[in-house]
Design a protein around this ligand. Structure first.
Ligand code: F6P
Length: 324
């Protein structure tokens, strides 16, 4: 077992529903092993500025169901430098912190990996609405964001049907189209425009016409924010080349990042929070805890941040087949 008496936890990058549930699980799992937890305010930026906040069983009460992160989060370009990371290690040392838990996505786990390579015991918790970490099927926040996108698209479909309109709905996901594709599948959208399959503008226009010809009363294209063409380009093209439906564009944006976490995200966060503490205290450092085949998995940090593509040909085929 490790000598860690005190660990630190931070949330970093884009917030995700369920991060609070993960903080709570880390603090209480550590307390159950007589290990103290200190929270770092505002991610890696707060670490550099030495902004710490003691956390105990009571201070993480009442947060399980809350969206966002009580610790705050930032994107911290400064952290890319070696000097900044050295400062972070000094700040943690001054707090007698023997290990760090990083709750976040791709960029955050890269920061975690860099600290681990400098000798700090670090464990990551997979948390991003983009679900773009490799070797984990789920990431905290993805399920809630998917449900938020689904509810919004269901509502858009109601009005699209009433007015016989085509809606382009832009969904988040950075460079990944996975959130957009699953939102398209879950709502029976007519088309998914994704970074993983570039297509000419005319292809969407043709598909809208073909859907109208098949008797559809509306058309919904879910467009991932990283798609080429982008939702804006597509909307401009479709307005210049009028088709059977009137065109509307809706950008869901940050609404997908907020809100109370789903039951799945609360459960995932509780499991991963506890698993991160177990890994850290058992000296299995340099891993990101994730979820695969119904169980927690520990993924090497370098493997977790490697490029991944969850948009499989099978999912694409299913979405296209069912959009008839
Ligand atoms: O990584 C989560 C995410 O919401 C992405 O889907 C999106 O591209 C990005 O963050 C938005 O970042 P910001 O909140 O900094 O605008």
């Amino acid at each position: 077992m490790s000598e860690i008496q005190r660990l630190a936890v931070l949330t970093s990058g884009g917030d995700a529903p369920g991060m609070n549930a993960a903080i709570r699980a880390v603090v209480r799992a550590a307390a159950a092993c007589q290990v103290e937890t200190v929270g770092v305010r505002d991610g890696f930026a707060g670490l550099l500025a030495g902004r710490f906040q003691p956390l105990d069983d009571r201070s993480v009460g009442g947060i399980l169901h809350r969206g966002g992160t009580i610790l705050g989060s930032t994107r911290c370009p400064d952290f890319h430098t070696f000097e900044a990371r050295e400062r972070a290690l000094i700040a943690l040392g001054e707090q007698d912190v023997g290990g760090l838990v990083v709750i976040g996505g791709d960029g955050s786990q890269r920061g975690a990996l860099a600290l681990h390579q400098m000798g700090l015991p670090v464990v990551g918790i997979a948390s991003t609405i983009d679900n773009d970490l490799a070797e984990t099927e789920a990431t905290i926040g993805f399920d809630t964001a998917l449900n938020t996108a689904m509810s919004a698209i269901d509502r858009l479909k109601d009005t699209a049907t009433s007015h016989h309109r085509a809606f382009l709905v832009e969904v988040m996901g950075r460079n990944s189209g996975y959130l957009a594709l699953l939102a398209a599948l879950a709502t029976g959208a007519e088309f998914a425009v994704l970074p993983e399959r570039e297509m000419p503008l005319e292809a969407v226009a043709d598909d809208i016409q073909a859907s109208y010809a098949r008797g559809k009363a509306h058309y919904i294209a879910v467009v991932a924010e990283g798609a080429k063409p982008s939702a804006n380009t597509l909307a401009a093209y479709l307005r210049q080349h009028p088709c059977a439906f009137d065109i509307r564009l809706t950008v869901l944006g940050h609404v997908q990042r907020g809100g109370s976490p789903s039951a799945n995200d609360r459960l995932l966060a509780s499991r991963l929070g506890a698993a991160a503490v177990s890994a850290l205290l058992a000296e299995r450092e340099g891993v990101v805890v994730g979820w695969r085949a119904g169980a927690v998995v520990e993924i090497g940090m370098d493997a977790a941040v490697a490029p991944c593509n969850k948009v499989t040909p099978e999912l694409l085929e299913l979405a296209d087949m069912l959009a008839r």
